[in-house]
Structure formats: C-alpha cells, structure tokens
Design a protein around this ligand. Structure first.
Ligand SMILES: [Zn+2]
Length: 221
C-alpha cells in the first residue's frame, strides 16, 4: 500500500524522505515548509503530535513569520523583532511571551598529555592551546640534581575543555515546556560576535533572553 503525505497528499515511496506524525506522515517538501516558518523545534517530536495539531502550530507560526521584522541579530543564533515581540533562536520562532526562563548548562572534560623532556624548562609551559579555558595545570616530575638542573623530566598537562554547552529554554503557553539548544558553534561564529569562548557566547545569549523576559514581565504588570 502506498503511503501519502498527510498535508499535500503526495504519494511516497519506501525510501522517500519523510517524517512520521502520530497519525500520519509528512513529505520532504512539507517538512521544508515547516522549517521555513521557524518550527525546527517540532521536528524531533512529530511522532507524538497529531496532524491537526501540527497544522494548527504551522498556521500560527506562519502568521508570525510573515510579520517578522529584524531589529537585532546576534551571530546566527538569535534574531530579535522588538516591534512584534518575536525572536528566532537557533531557527525556532517564538513570541516574547513564550519565554519563561533561560539558563546555560556546560559540561567539562579533561585531557591529559604527558611530555618527556630531557631538559627542564623554567616553570610550567605557558603555551595555550586553542579552545582551552583554563591554563594548563602541570606538574614537573623528575630528578633534580644538586645544582638545580634536571636530567630528565616529564611534564603532565591537564587541559580542561568545555565538551558540551546548552541553552535551556523554559517555555509557557507553548506546546512544549522545555527546549534545549546546542551551543557547539564554530569558531568563526564566535569571532563574529566578539566572543573567545562558548561560555562567553552562552552568557551573551542568556543575558539577551533574560532581558526580554524581564521587559515582557514589566509590560504585563
Ligand atoms: Zn507533503
């Protein structure tokens, strides 16, 4: 039996790109439309949502997307429309009033490198590798001779780096309560917003969103 797209009724083959809904399917073209109106957040959850609900969210977002006028942009992650009280974060279109809270979450990992040198350098190496947050923490191990010179030494350097960064949005009057945004952006994206680390970028995004939340609260009161 041939399968059909719930929206455009196009027939789909076994290998056609499609997304399952709770009670139907969407074809690649219709998924493209959904992405265009800032519904990226819904794509991972389609299997739990009924076609009628998806359609309803789509109509709502489409109306908002048509109104959208850019006032401010931060890198590729955040676009703000103050006039219509809208924002696009990581491709997701939201109304200011949908934002309830925002926080950033970071996970750190360590990598340990050991260098064996025949000569001891003064102090611990100062060179910083790209992506390091904390300077290298090292320990010089080796036999010191009476005159303070070292015959052989090995230097262990522990590098702590941010292995995962997420922006967590708590939402209200919206069809999902939490949305997680991956902040693993490229170095050129970081440079474009004047940040030297993911944490700095996360802080910047969090501050912008907090401000929206505060301002929106004030207007409601
Ligand atoms: Zn379709």
């Amino acid at each position: 039996m041939k399968k059909q797209c719930s929206e455009c009724k196009k027939e789909m083959g076994l290998f056609s790109r499609k997304i399952k809904l709770n009670d139907g399917l969407l074809c690649a073209d219709c998924i493209g439309l959904i992405k265009k109106v800032g519904m990226v957040d819904i794509i991972g959850r389609m299997a739990n949502i009924q076609y009628q609900k998806v359609k309803e969210i789509y109509e709502n977002k489409k109306a908002l997307a048509e109104r959208f006028e850019k006032d401010f942009q931060l890198g590729n992650m955040l676009i703000i429309d103050n006039t219509n009280q809208l924002l696009v974060i990581d491709g997701v279109l939201l109304e200011f009033k949908n934002l309830k809270d925002v926080e950033t979450k970071y996970q750190y990992s360590e990598s340990v490198t050991t260098n064996t040198n025949s000569k001891t350098k003064k102090g611990i190496g100062k060179s910083l590798m790209g992506g390091l947050i904390f300077g290298p923490v090292g320990a010089v191990v080796g036999g010191m001779t009476a005159n303070g010179k070292t015959k052989s030494a090995s230097q262990t350097t522990t590098n702590t780096f941010c292995s995962s960064a997420k922006l967590v949005l708590t939402l209200q009057n919206y069809y999902i309560a939490k949305y997680y945004i991956d902040l693993n952006v490229s170095n050129s994206e970081l440079r474009s917003v004047g940040c030297s680390s993911i944490e700095e970028y996360g802080e910047l995004l969090e501050a912008e969103l907090q401000q929206i939340i505060e301002n929106t609260k004030r207007e409601v009161i």
